[in-house]
Design a protein around this ligand. Structure first.
Ligand code: PEP
Length: 252
């Protein structure tokens, strides 16, 4: 059965103490929620991952990294490998976030390698993709999304997809307060599922969780999550507030 997922991307926010505090409040809030077939994931910065893993032991909150390097190890100053993450108990990673693509020049080719490394090392991958505003205005959004997915994911064997979570994040809606309407999200998610039906067949496509990301808040989560092809959300800003984040989890 297709999983519902709410994931919080904390980006470059929260020092060690703030991470501990947020996790404590989150644990109390999430405890109250009945998590039916729903995964709750948060992604602190690299330096706070170990603390987060410790702090969420024996809870239903899972911890993800925000990136990893595709190489096993080596002379890549400032980078973090899958093996390092695995050694502290991290087994989920966000890849392809638009901020990584835009500010750190991550290409579809590099992302394809990162996804392969992550899968080889047993990680679940939250794979982000989505069009820029000018793509949507030029009515190119379906084409852009199709090529991002084909370039980075379509070389994977079917078995890999039990580890893949898709996150459609229109770039114009990230951190802008501008959300795609629930109908726009559904239209794109249905299109995405259709691409996987064509490439891998119905059964695989129906099992894929497709999250929506882009200014999801407690006030709009219900409507977005009510759509049949929206299986949850990737939440940025609102995930930094435990109450807002758990309200969003309750909306699923
Ligand atoms: C994100 O960065 O993945 C995101 C969805 O951010 P926000 O919720 O702040 O738009």
């Amino acid at each position: 059965m297709r999983k519902k997922i709410v994931a919080g991307n904390w980006k470059m926010n929260n020092n060690l103490n703030q991470t501990k505090e947020l996790i404590e409040v989150l644990k109390a809030e999430i405890n109250e929620v009945k998590l039916n077939n729903t995964r709750v994931i948060v992604a602190p910065s690299f330096v706070n991952l170990q603390e987060a893993i410790e702090g969420t032991k024996n809870t239903s909150i899972e911890i993800a990294a925000q990136n990893l390097h595709q190489a096993k190890n080596g002379a890549y100053t400032g980078e973090v490998s899958s093996e390092m993450l695995a050694s502290i108990g991290v087994d989920i990673v966000i890849l392809g976030h638009s901020e990584r693509r835009t500010y750190f020049n991550e290409t579809d080719e590099a992302l394809s390698e990162k996804v392969a490394t992550a899968i080889e090392n047993g990680f679940d991958v939250i794979f982000c993709f989505g069009e820029q505003l000018e793509d949507r205005e030029a009515n190119n959004h379906f084409k852009v999304v199709e090529s991002q997915l084909k370039n980075a994911l379509f070389n994977l064997p079917s078995e890999a997809y039990s580890k893949i979570i898709l996150a459609y994040e229109p770039v114009w809606a990230i951190g802008t307060g501008k959300t795609a309407s629930a109908d726009q999200a559904q239209e794109m998610h249905k299109f995405i599922r259709g691409l996987f039906v064509d490439a891998y067949g119905n059964d695989l496509a129906n099992e894929l969780s497709i999250l929506y990301g882009g200014s999801v808040k407690p006030s709009n989560a219900n409507e977005i999550f009510s759509k049949p092809d929206v299986d949850g959300g990737l939440i940025g800003g609102a995930s930094l507030n435990a109450k807002d984040f758990s309200e969003i989890v309750k909306a699923i």
